[in-house]
Design a protein around this ligand. Structure first.
Ligand code: AMP
Length: 435
């Protein structure tokens, strides 16, 4: 199948050819005809499959066929969960829509709104937006959704994870009664399925590469390594000439910054991208990484979701992900559009459970590679003891007052000075007394 066999107009075929695409990817083959025919679509596809072009190309064609007079009315709305993804989708619309009539615009939070308002006034047939900023601008009367003909909800499952589903529903409530809806999600948790049932009318279902089947072109393996040696192993691996660029995943924002500091100490330049960084710092980090000025970027799952980095050679899971599905999203950053890539995971003794969950999801054991820092610590760390900040009385009288404990035979266990119990010791005692 070629792009023109899918019914795309010559301008779009030229633009995709100039972007270097010789033929449509499976998701494009399946989705484009449905969108062109005006049907709602429920798309189950992981990132890296060419999903953006699957909706952007037919949207541009439909809008170009019926040009808006002033371009001031938003006729296609694309909602995305992260700012980086919004920018990326907008960039794709610019590339695919070159020399065509529809104008595109992007709005997201974390930066001043004035430049976005100026851009909106220059025309926004296609509006790519993150929910928060869109809602703000709607409330200020700057954006109206009254003329939206096509609505795309991209990465619906991530919208849910990030707590945006409520905003999304409010925004959907402002769409006109009659419009075409395209919903894309890598996974279909119950809430996303319920939303899909609510907002889609007789949708065509398109399923490509479900989340449990990572892109086959990725070489995946792992190291067992102690937590305190992860930084050494990382620096060692990054010095290998086969690493053209690497996206390193940390579970926490603090962890990202610490990994960058450790790498810098080893003489390796790295940038971090996570939710505590200002939008300017995030854009700057991403630009440095994308242009090859810095070959290592350290990110949290949320910050890196959906990022399309061309020719990413390595993904390194410095920490195993808490949810197995995040593994698929992480490694999907490499091996994009059928290209090869390598995904390396570090597993310390405290991460066995997560490793097991990942291997269950992908359906095979990750091959183990050995390094000069083999795992030596085989004792899991103690679970953190939880001391309630605001201990509530165990018993409450019918008047709602705390019932004082009658003094027992033994003095209270634990820290005499603060009066707070030492939970670990108490747990041990209890275990013993159960004999
Ligand atoms: P996406 O899943 O939309 O983030 O796209 C992933 C990557 O695939 C991007 O770098 C696109 O530029 C690229 N891509 C999209 N469609 C094609 C195609 N038909 N042929 C080759 N690459 C493509």
């Amino acid at each position: 199948m070629t792009f023109d066999q899918l019914g795309l107009v010559p301008a779009l075929c030229t633009n995709v050819k100039n972007a270097g695409y010789s033929e449509p990817t499976p998701i494009q083959n399946h989705t484009i005809p449905y969108v062109l025919s005006g049907r709602d679509v429920l798309g189950c596809a992981q990132t890296g499959t060419g999903k953006t072009a699957a909706f952007a190309l037919p949207i541009l064609q439909l809008l170009a066929k019926k040009p808006g007079a002033s371009h001031s009315e938003t006729r296609a709305l694309i909602l995305t969960p992260t700012r980086e993804l919004a920018q990326q989708v907008f960039d794709n619309f610019e590339t695919y829509g070159k020399n065509m009539t529809p104008k595109s615009c992007v709005v997201f939070g974390g930066v001043g709104q004035q430049s976005q308002v100026d851009a909106l006034s220059r025309g926004a047939d296609v509006l790519v937006a993150c929910p928060g900023r869109l809602w703000d601008l709607m409330n200020q009367g700057i954006i109206s959704l009254d003329h939206v003909e096509i609505f795309v909800l991209d990465e619906a499952d991530r919208m849910l994870d990030m707590g945006f589903i409520h905003d999304v529903r409010r925004i959907i409530g402002h769409l006109p009664e009659k419009h075409q809806t395209l919903l894309f999600s890598a996974t279909m948790p119950d809430e996303v399925e319920a939303l899909a049932l609510d907002i889609l009318k007789d949708p065509a279902s398109v399923k490509v590469d479900p989340v449990s089947s990572p892109v086959k072109a990725i070489d995946q393996y792992m190291y067992y390594v102690d937590k305190n040696n992860k930084k050494r192993l990382l620096a060692f691996l990054l010095e290998d000439p086969s690493v053209e660029n690497a996206l390193v995943f940390s579970r926490t924002k603090y962890g990202c910054d610490r990994i960058v500091r450790d790498l810098k100490k080893s003489g390796i330049d790295a940038v971090a991208i996570h939710g505590d960084k200002s939008q300017g710092a995030r854009t700057n980090a991403l630009n440095r990484f994308k242009t090859g000025d810095c070959k290592v970027m350290v990110a949290t799952d949320i910050a890196a979701r959906g990022l399309d980095i061309e020719g990413l050679s390595h993904v390194i899971n410095y920490d195993m992900p808490m949810e197995a599905e995040a593994y698929i999203h992480r490694i999907g950053r490499t091996g994009r559009a059928g290209k090869g890539g390598t995904a390396v995971s570090f597993c310390c003794i405290d991460e066995y459970k997560q490793l097991g969950q990942v291997e269950k999801l992908i359906g095979f054991r990750l091959p183990v590679h050995e390094s000069q820092w083999p795992m030596e610590n085989t004792t899991p760390s103690d679970p953190r003891t939880r001391i309630p900040q605001d201990p509530r009385p165990k018993k409450i009288s019918f008047r709602g007052e705390a019932v004082k404990k009658t003094p027992g035979r033994f003095p209270p266990a634990g820290n005499q000075r603060s009066g707070l119990p030492k939970p670990v010791q108490r747990i041990n005692k209890r275990k013993g007394s159960g004999m």
